[in-house]
Each structure stands twice: as structure tokens, then as C-alpha cells.
Design a protein around this ligand. Structure first.
Ligand code: HH2
Length: 275
């Protein structure tokens, strides 16, 4: 049976490379131009982030995150009806982004970062992505350990969904994400998780998969650097589609949309043959 292909969430990084004021203006322009390009390439959702979660990245104060995200949401809202998600762990940033028109809060801490995260998500009434991470960004890659990675990630996500429901978040607003690369050994944990995505999907919530350009792709492809992982990223998106994920979070929107559309068209042709 054919099902809808996953939605494509395009990644927009609103983090300036330079700390000079000029650099900040240029970064804001570059982020808006990039967002426009991803919309033209077929993104269903844009995920705007202003704080990197990479190990060793500098923390960004909430006011700075808001200053980078809100003008971008406002500008995009004025010209497009693309769904906008904000990638932040801070409730005050989510509040400001939703007030400006964002429809989704993507939280890599699954609403555990601040005491009022759960309540804020309930009050905002936006979609919310609950992602699995072992440990915290600074230290998560120091010897991550699991006895049964798929079972433990699924149990964690089920518990966070329960916590969100108990706090008053509507069931249909909750998304789950296995958190590829977050407190996971490149090969020993990420590959079994990719292979076990159907068990996360079986929890009954829409699943978001973020595998684009992640290090496990480099690890299985002879150490390819991040900008040479497109083929592996597409393979991961197709594996997600086959497992029934609802959306994939990607850097390369055009190529991913094309791959997912072709896979869906082949599925349809197969159904027609067996009908
Ligand atoms: N991955 C990154 C950031 N946010 N959010 C969700 N829900 N799922 C993810 O897998 C996810 C995420 C980190 O990706 P990275 O490659 O470090 O940076 P980016 O993808 O923002 O360029």
C-alpha cells in the first residue's frame, strides 16, 4: 500500500560566522536567502536554528537567539505560507518565534531544558518535536552506552510523550525524533537505530528523522567529510520513508524531494502492478 511521502524539513542556520555587526547583517541576509531557496526547492517545513548543538559549541543567550530568529520568521511569514519550526531548547525563544508565526517547536532536549518547557509547549499550542539525546550536548559523545539502543530510545520517547500529554500538550501536536548522532556511537548505535525506525514509528506519533550529513554517514563511507555525504543522506531519508517517518530534516532539499518523489512513484507503479 502506498502512503504519503515524508514531508521535507529544510535546515536554515541563523548562526553568524562573524561576530562583527557587519557579519551579523550579512548572516541575517544569507539566512533569509537560504530559506527562500529551500522553499523554491520544495521544502514543506523550514527549521530555523540560532544555537548550534555540536559538542563544544558556544552557548547563545536567549535574547541573541530571539534577535536572530524572530526577524527571520517575520520576513518569511510576510512572503510565504511554508510551515516554520524553531530549533531551540529555550522556552522564551519558542514563545517569541511562535508569536511571530512559527508553527512548531523543535526541542533537542524533549522539553527537559527548563522547568517551564512542558507548560510553555502546552500553552503555545504549537507542534512540538521531542528528540532523544543521551547526556547533554557538551559531553554527549563521551562514551555513550546502551544495552538495547532502539528499546531505550523508544522507551524514552514514549515517556516524554506521556509527560507532554500530562502537561496538556494535545496528542496531535506531538512529534518524536530518535536523535541520530545525539549521544550515540557512530556505528554501534546510529545504524541499529536507523534499522529500527519502524519501532519508533509504531509508538503512534509522527516521527521526524534528522540524519542529513551526520557523522555515521562519513563513518560508513570511508571518512567522507560533511559536504560529501549527499548520497548517504539520501539513502538515510529513503530508509526513513520505508519505515514510515512523517518528515526528514535535511540540508539538501532539492535532491531529497526528488529522491522521495521517485521512490513514491515506483511504489505506486508497484501497487498498480499488483492490483
Ligand atoms: N540534529 C541537529 C540539530 N537539530 N533537531 C532534530 N529534531 N533532529 C535532529 O536530528 C537534529 C536537530 C544537529 O545537526 P548538525 O548537523 O549538528 O547541525 P545542523 O543539522 O543544524 O546543520
Amino acid at each position: 500500500m502506498t502512503r504519503a511521502r515524508p514531508k521535507v524539513m529544510g535546515i536554515v542556520n541563523a548562526t553568524p560566522d562573524s561576530f562583527s555587526d557587519g557579519g551579523r547583517f550579512l548572516a541575517a541576509d544569507a539566512a533569509l536567502a537560504h530559506a527562500r531557496r529551500l522553499i523554491a526547492e520544495g521544502a514543506d517545513i523550514l527549521d530555523l536554528g540560532a544555537e548550534s548543538t555540536r559538542p563544544g559549541a558556544e552557548p547563545v543567550p536567549a535574547e541573541v537567539e530571539i534577535g536572530r530568529i524572530v526577524p527571520l520568521v517575520t520576513a518569511l511569514r510576510a512572503e510565504s505560507d511554508v510551515a516554520i519550526s524553531v530549533d531551540t531548547m529555550k522556552p522564551e525563544v519558542a514563545r517569541a518565534a511562535v508569536a511571530a508565526g512559527a508553527a512548531m517547536w523543535n526541542d533537542v532536549t524533549a522539553l527537559r531544558h527548563a522547568p517551564d518547557s512542558l507548560e510553555t509547549a502546552a500553552v503555545l499550542g504549537c507542534g512540538v518535536v521531542l528528540m532523544h539525546m543521551q547526556g547533554e550536548p557538551r559531553t554527549m559523545q563521551h562514551r555513550p552506552r546502551y544495552d538495547d539502543v532502539v528499546g531505550e530510545v523508544a522507551a524514552f520517547l514514549a515517556a516524554r510523550a506521556e509527560a507532554a500529554l500530562a502537561a496538556g500538550v494535545a496528542r496531535e501536536r506531538i512529534w518524536l525524533d530518535p536523535g541520530i548522532g545525539f549521544g550515540k556511537d557512530m556505528i554501534r548505535h546510529n545504524l541499529p537505530l536507523m534499522a529500527g525506525l519502524d519501532r519508533i514509528v509504531a509508538l503512534g506519533f509522527p516521527v521526524l528523522l534528522g540524519a542529513s550529513r551526520k557523522s555515521f554517514i562519513g563513518a560508513v563511507s570511508g571518512g567522507a567529510p560533511a559536504d560529501r555525504r549527499l548520497g548517504g543522506s539520501i539513502a538515510a531519508a529513503l530508509a526513513g520513508a520505508a519505515a514510515g517517518v512523517a518528515a526528514v530534516r535535511v540540508h539538501d532539499v532539492f535532491e531529497t524531494v526528488q529522491a522521495l518523489d521517485v521512490a513514491a512513484a515506483i511504489d505506486q507503479a508497484r501497487d498498480a502492478q499488483s492490483a
